[in-house]
Design a binder for this molecule. Structure first.
Ligand SMILES: [Fe+2]
Length: 198
């Protein structure tokens, strides 16, 4: 069975940028429900419980068709949110070393990267995610995905993700997605991004 991972910090740890009430509902209700529904979908295919969530998402075509949508949506929701929580930290950090070198190489500067990422996040229509990913040729790119689709399914390695579903910000920011994205930059865990890169 898949399990809801604990957060590596308290629900109120990211205040005042991301509020405790949103974090609690987002993790304890939304993410928890993806895990429950993923387990329900796999209940009649127990051999799939032997796979990791990454393996399931990477090989959606090998999942039986009758549960493929459920695994794509709820498994994707579980995987994406698990990455999202680790991409946040109350401890301030900055990109450095190889990560900074690659951001400079592929986006000209950190500021250009942030601008491109923010523009992509604001442009997501409806529910979805914005990602910094590394492709097979080791190039960094900003992409967006709809719903709970994951870059893993496109053979891209996710380094950083931003949830732009309304459930991620509506309680505190209502329709002001720009303010949410601005606040989110203040709690990005760059050490985790660097760790994923390496
Ligand atoms: Fe979410």
């Amino acid at each position: 069975m898949f399990k809801l991972p604990d957060l590596p910090y308290a629900y109120n740890a990211l205040e005042p940028y991301l509020d405790a009430a949103t974090m609690e509902i987002h993790h304890g209700k939304h993410h928890a429900t993806y895990v429950v529904k993923l387990n329900e979908a796999l209940a009649n295919q127990p051999e799939l419980f032997n796979k990791t969530i990454e393996e399931l998402i990477l090989n959606l075509n090998s999942v039986p068709e009758k549960i493929r949508s459920a695994v794509r949506n709820h498994g994707g929701g579980h995987y994406n949110h698990s990455l999202f929580w680790l991409s946040l930290s109350p401890v301030k950090s900055e990109p450095a070393g190889e990560l900074m070198d690659l951001l400079n190489r592929d986006f000209s500067s950190l500021e250009n990267f942030k601008g491109q990422f923010t523009k992509a996040a604001l442009g997501v229509f409806g529910s979805g995610w914005t990602w910094l990913v590394k492709d097979q040729a080791n190039k960094l790119m900003v992409i967006t995905t709809a719903n709970q689709d994951s870059p893993l399914s496109q053979d891209l390695k996710p380094l950083l993700c931003l949830d732009v579903w309304e459930h991620a910000y509506y309680l505190k920011f209502q329709n002001r997605r720009t303010d949410y994205v601005t606040a989110w930059w203040s709690v990005v865990n760059w050490l985790e991004v660097a760790k994923r890169l390496s």
